[in-house]
Write a protein that binds this ligand. Structure first.
Ligand SMILES: [Zn+2]
Ligand SMILES: [Zn+2]
Length: 66
């Protein structure tokens, strides 16, 4: 797992259920909005790793790298 804030090795999940390193375990992660539709995004996982995916998926396939 990679820290959703800095991309370093994550050791746990924070209160938002996002993977974080020990340095960022209490930092609130700013959830990006979708570049396509402007909705919020959720953290998703593929075989390539974690990424932000649009909440409206599969209607919208907007995504962002962590
Ligand atoms: Zn971090
Ligand atoms: Zn979208």
């Amino acid at each position: 797992m990679k820290c959703a804030k800095c991309g370093k090795f994550a050791t746990k999940l924070n209160s938002q259920d996002l993977p974080v390193c020990s340095r960022h375990s209490t930092v609130e992660i700013k959830v990006p909005s979708c570049p396509n539709c402007g909705l919020g995004m959720t953290l998703r996982e593929s075989k390539f790793g974690k990424f932000w995916g649009c909440k409206a998926f599969p209607m919208c396939d907007g995504l962002k790298k962590l």
